[in-house]
Write a protein that binds this ligand. Structure first.
Ligand code: NAD
Length: 212
């Protein structure tokens, strides 16, 4: 069977959860990366059976998540993390959640993965039009929302979707461009496929701020 790592699962409402389920139904082993501030509530809800109904796979069994890794995708390595974040109560309770450390942990635990899904986004100013978006809000959107391997993009990268603000349209345009370039580079160098799915509107936690 294949082993998949899905980054960006913190409840059972979003694309990450749905993709995890499809992959589990197809026989894949599931690892997830959960945003550090959301880790506690996700693990607790999972343990208390809050997601049991949505864990049911087509064959009647429940999706098993082999391991949940804390992750904050805006930091590559520990040196990049500002002091106030390091000492923040929600972060100091977990460790090894930068991208590099998380990848190392997965490697240590499992050796390798076959499928990487990037299903995360964060546009702190998504409800503001681009015209009113601050530099910080814009850069934050790009930093958290444009990663790859199999990632989730949105049509707002190529057409105007009012309400999809805060630089999120720019983040998705960057993501699609990065997908093309990385498909070329990683394809040649490592024979790794890099794709993005342009998904339709879904009322996930992330999308509620947009008003979908
Ligand atoms: P979601 O809320 O289920 O997923 C977003 C996840 O990103 C959350 O679990 C959140 O905790 C996590 N996250 C935020 N910042 C993070 C960080 N710095 N590090 C790690 N994790 C972080 O919402 P969703 O709508 O399913 O989003 C998944 C992907 O699908 C996103 O890339 C989104 O842009 C894309 N997408 C969504 C829609 C839609 O309408 N919902 C449409 C097209 C594309």
């Amino acid at each position: 069977g294949k082993r998949a790592f899905i980054a960006g699962v913190a409840d059972d409402n979003g694309y990450g959860w749905a993709i995890a389920k499809s992959l589990a139904a197809a026989g894949a082993e599931i690892l997830v990366g959960t945003w550090v501030p959301a880790l506690n509530i996700f693990e607790t809800s999972l343990r208390r059976g809050k997601f049991d109904e949505s864990r049911v796979l087509p064959d009647g069994s429940l999706m098993e998540i082999t391991k949940i890794y804390p992750l904050d995708a805006i930091y590559d390595k520990l040196e990049d993390v500002p002091e106030d974040v390091k000492s923040n109560k929600r972060y100091s309770g977990s460790s090894k959640w930068t991208v590099q450390e998380c990848a190392e942990s997965v490697k240590q635990d499992f050796g390798s993965i076959d499928i990487l899904v990037h299903s995360l986004a964060n546009g702190p100013e998504v409800s503001k039009p681009l015209l009113e978006t601050s530099r910080n809000g814009y850069l934050a959107a790009l930093s958290a929302s444009s990663g790859s391997s199999l990632s989730l993009t949105y049509i707002a990268s190529e057409r105007i979707i009012p309400g999809y603000g805060g630089g999120m349209s720019s983040a998705k345009a960057a993501l699609e461009s990065d997908t093309r370039v990385l498909a070329f580079e990683a394809g040649r160098k490592h024979r790794i496929r890099v794709n993005a799915i342009s998904a339709g509107p879904l009322r996930s936690r992330a999308a509620k701020a947009i008003g979908f």
